[in-house]
Design a protein around this ligand. Structure first.
Ligand code: PLP
Length: 420
């Protein structure tokens, strides 16, 4: 089935006693057992429902839908994108292991790697998401290569095909944070060779900037045979690879992230995300068209020094974006203003577009990454992440392109006063 059909048909309940057409919200902490044996079986196998920290039917419906949209073997949904990255990494690494990560990762992910996994004795190498650079630091102890499908705000794409091939050959999981891939509407990294995909569902899945959520997905793969945690007995004496096959990774994510870590997605939020996904393809298509039109228009404005949008044929990211993205080029664009930091400040002061750090909202949001999302990093690290003092990031929403152009023009008119 096509993406747009799966977006509205996948994950719907097929055993609902009332034949509900939509997905019901199961607001329950626990589930009853028929008898002692039923309880024992469900606890031992995780088949069926026991307690909502581990599984919930509304969350399960969302997991089925997210997996269908990404062409995944399965999904585990969690409380936030941070929870998803954390749980995915917990399932992959042990003390003494190493992770290779791209320096342009989302700030929360860098903090997670340095400050949380660092406490657990995991070492991180930050190198460009290119085959040669990754190869140079890859070792026996490397258990994950972590990249983002589209750098934020650098808007660079990693060498996904090359990295997938390298990781497969070396028995290391390639993890792609596909938040900017809009749950498969824009990119499906599992089909390009990634072993694991993580998501902040807070962004394009929610689509309305209203709630948080996250997901971890994986595909059919034998790579887990290279991991001690899947080929040696677990706490219950089972060998996960023998017990679960390719699903062993997701089982570990659920066990560590949810059953033990408690990073649980509320069924109410799962319901909203389930609904948000029904329109993600329409929203992304519209927002991408507007983003392209605005990028082209910004290029013609005298106060704008440069524009980055992967859908501009002159953009350095265009060749990879054409191969990896599914016909659209995303709803994020960045541009640089004359006058550096001062120009950016004047632009934002004169701008009626909402100023907030989120992306994927129905409303267009502008942010100055240098002073906000990346403001705590040393200058060199900001520059390495592709952030510049004159840069504005725009997450394009669903307003009319004409209104947005008008609002941008108002901001730009203030920039001209620099140096006057
Ligand atoms: C927002 C974001 C996250 C974190 O997600 P939350 O839902 O805010 O916890 C992770 N990765 C990327 C690329 C993001 O944009």
């Amino acid at each position: 089935m096509d993406f747009t059909s799966l977006a509205v048909l996948s994950g719907l309940p097929d055993h609902d006693p009332h034949h509900a057409v939509g997905v019901p919200i199961y607001a329950t902490a626990a589930y009853g057992f028929e008898n002692l044996e039923d309880g024992a079986y469900k606890f031992a196998t995780n088949q069926g429902y026991t307690y909502t920290r581990i599984q919930n039917p509304t969350v399960a419906a969302l997991e089925a839908r997210v997996a269908a949209l990404e062409g995944a073997l399965g999904a585990v949904c969690l409380a936030s994108g941070q929870a998803a990255s954390f749980a995915a990494l917990l399932a992959l690494v042990r003390a003494g292991d190493e992770v290779v990560a791209s320096p342009g990762l989302f700030g929360g992910t860098v903090g997670l790697l340095n400050q949380v996994l660092g406490l657990m004795g995991v070492r991180v190498h930050y190198v460009a998401p290119e085959v040669e650079a990754v190869q140079a630091v890859l070792q026996e102890k490397t258990r994950a290569v972590f990249v983002e499908v589209l750098g934020n705000p650098s808007l660079e794409l990693p060498d996904l095909f090359g990295l997938a091939e390298l990781c497969e050959a070396r028995g290391v999981a390639l993890v792609v944070d596909n938040t900017f891939g809009a749950v498969g509407a824009l990119a499906r990294p599992l089909e390009l060779g990634a072993h694991v995909v993580t998501h902040s569902l807070t962004k394009w899945a929610s689509g309305h900037g209203s709630i948080l959520g996250g997901a971890v997905l994986s595909r059919e793969s034998t790579i887990w045979q290279n991991y001690a945690q899947f080929t040696t007995p677990d706490a219950q004496g089972r060998i996960p690879w023998e017990q679960f096959g390719p699903r062993c990774f997701l089982e570990r994510v659920r066990h560590l992230g949810l059953a033990l870590g408690g990073m649980v997605l509320s069924p109410f939020n799962a319901y909203l995300l389930f609904q948000g996904l029904e329109t993600v393809a329409l929203r992304i298509e519209r927002a991408c068209q507007t983003a392209l039109a605005l990028a082209q228009w910004l290029q013609t404005q005298p106060q704008v020094v440069w524009v980055r949008y992967p859908g501009l044929p002159t953009d350095p990211a265009y060749p990879r974006a054409s191969r990896y993205l599914r016909g659209h080029f995303g709803s994020i664009l960045t541009f640089g203003l004359q006058g550096g930091l001062e120009g950016a400040s004047r632009f934002m002061a004169g701008l009626r577009i909402l100023q907030a750090p989120n992306v994927g909202d129905a409303r267009t949001l502008a942010v100055h990454p240098w002073s906000t999302t990346h403001g705590r990093l040393p200058e060199a690290a900001r520059l390495a992440a592709g952030v510049k003092p004159e840069m504005i990031r725009l997450s394009v929403g669903l307003e009319s392109p004409q209104d947005l152009q008008q609002m941008l023009a108002e901001g730009l008119s203030k920039v001209e006063q620099v140096g006057v």
